[in-house]
Design a protein around this ligand. Structure first.
Ligand code: FMN
Length: 213
């Protein structure tokens, strides 16, 4: 009887040793695979950093001012087509529908356009303006000119050594002297001839102009 009990005890002990051994093996496999994952992570992080470095060095910026979306649509087509950065000029005091009423002699837009010294304030600013060497500037035509907030914008920045390309949208008017007016106020930059678009121009038409510059 004693022999049988001893044999049973030895068998149970041997089984527990084997079970313990395979648990340790399993644990070490988990640790190994965790190490591999950890080693792979820095490579992924480096790639992401390189990609974002590439994004940061974009040298073309598309700036636009838009209230009803027409100029915004053209600006986005240019920015998408060139993979350029985009910046929206936002008025510190946003324009309401009443402000934009050109049939009202007392509306904000009419009053601003009647006052060449008006400089509506801009909310925020372009970060790292120095990194850009080509700047598209888009705006709607108001009473044949660029809205006064564009005067605020061009007077805020130094365009020396930058190529500036104006574009506008309108109901029917051409660019007129709107771009040359902005160029004089800016006082710096190599300003190219601009282009007027309707708000619903196709990607192809817009990029044809961009690629022909
Ligand atoms: C105050 C004001 C004045 C405007 N003056 C003209 C104009 O002189 N000639 C013209 O063709 N369109 C004029 N428009 C129409 C806008 O230029 C046109 O709708 C433009 O595409 C709007 O651009 P947005 O949608 O980017 O704001 C005027 C619009 C406003 C609000």
């Amino acid at each position: 009887m004693k022999k049988i009990t001893s044999l049973l005890l030895i068998a149970a002990f041997s089984f527990s040793l084997v079970a313990c051994g395979s648990r340790q093996e399993a644990n070490s496999k988990t640790t190994e695979s965790e190490n591999v994952t950890t080693e792979e992570k820095p490579t992924e992080t480096t790639e992401t950093a390189e990609e974002s470095d590439a994004e940061e060095t974009n040298d073309t910026l598309v700036v636009y001012f838009s209230n009803t979306g027409n100029t915004k649509a053209i600006a986005e087509k240019i920015a998408n087509g060139l993979d350029a950065d985009i910046y929206e000029i936002i008025a510190e005091v946003p324009y309401t529908d009443a402000d934009l009423d050109y049939n009202d002699n007392n509306s904000r837009s009419t009053q601003e356009m009647n006052d060449p010294s008006a400089r509506p304030a801009i909310s925020g600013s372009v970060e790292n303006m120095e990194q850009y060497d080509t700047i598209y500037i888009g705006y709607p035509i108001w009473w044949g000119e660029a809205p006064r907030i564009l005067d605020t914008f061009v007077e805020l920045y130094d365009f020396t050594d930058k190529t500036v390309i104006p574009f506008c949208t309108s109901a029917s008017s051409g660019m007129g002297s709107s771009a040359s007016g902005l160029e004089s106020l800016a006082g710096s930059g190599n300003w190219l001839d601009g282009q007027r678009f309707s708000g619903s121009e196709s990607d192809e038409t817009v990029m044809e102009w961009v690629n022909g510059l």
